[in-house]
Design a protein around this ligand. Structure first.
Ligand SMILES: *Cc1c(COP(=O)(O)O)cnc(C)c1O
Length: 227
């Protein structure tokens, strides 16, 4: 891992911003190295890889699930996951609730929004999310707790556009807070910002940044991932 870069990021963050070290595809030794420096929040995007790392590594690690979640994989992570960032349908939320009930847990979740121009990214549009909230009372799902929103900006050099996309997500957050979560103090998280755009995200009000390659180096996606 890049210790200097890690420490530089830690020093640069205001106290209200949590750094999530994204360790997907990386060996457990990398996580142990960051753990030794005091890092406790880690992010993974594959359910089975996350489960394996959870089993092998210290139990005071707070595990964030940041990838696209399939309903049949929820069971692997529900017993221990700290926060699911990627809720993008009511069906998924219902299934998380059902599994969490089995484990007598209340699992914290974020609603993921599609704020980028790329079609490939997941998440609700504002209209889809409002439609869900009008059709279903999320507070009636007793084993999940919606604590905020998550989004990924476009992969672009255009800083103005990235600012605009994060500002849009912040606006969605504020509208949801005002309309649906006014009395819920735990609805307070804005998960936005990655290696290339986290300083912009912090300027736009991020409370959680998800940083991988700056800390652990480039990922090799050619390795077979069994998930
Ligand atoms: C991989 C990933 C990250 C981290 O990306 P880097 O550019 O390596 O910092 C953050 N968020 C999500 C959802 C990811 O899939």
């Amino acid at each position: 891992m890049n210790v200097d870069k890690y420490q530089e990021i830690c020093r640069s963050l205001p106290p209200h911003v949590q750094l999530i070290a994204v360790s997907k595809t990386k060996p457990e030794s990398d996580i142990e190295a960051a753990y030794a420096l005091g890092q406790r929040h880690f992010g993974e995007n594959k359910a089975q890889e996350l489960k394996k790392k959870y089993e092998d590594l210290p139990k005071d690690i707070l595990w964030h699930f940041i990838g696209h979640l399939q309903t049949n994989k929820i069971k692997y992570i529900i017993p221990f996951v700290h926060l699911i960032h990627s809720i993008d349908s009511y069906k998924l939320l219902e299934e998380v609730n059902r599994q969490a009930e089995k484990h007598q847990r209340r699992v914290a979740c974020l609603l993921q929004f599609h704020i980028a121009t790329e079609e490939t990214k997941f998440g609700f549009s504002w209209e889809e999310c409002e439609e869900m909230l009008q059709q279903h009372d999320l507070h009636s799902l007793k084993n999940v707790e919606i604590v905020g929103v998550m989004g990924m900006a476009s992969l672009t050099e255009n800083r103005g556009q990235i600012h605009h996309e994060f500002a849009t997500l912040h606006d969605y957050f504020t509208r949801l807070k005002t309309k649906y979560f006014t009395t819920q103090d735990s609805f307070k998280e804005l998960s936005m910002g990655m290696t290339d755009d986290y300083p912009i995200a912090v300027e736009e009000g991020s409370t959680m940044i998800r940083v991988g390659s700056a800390i652990f180096g480039k990922r090799n996606y050619n390795l077979p991932v069994n998930d």
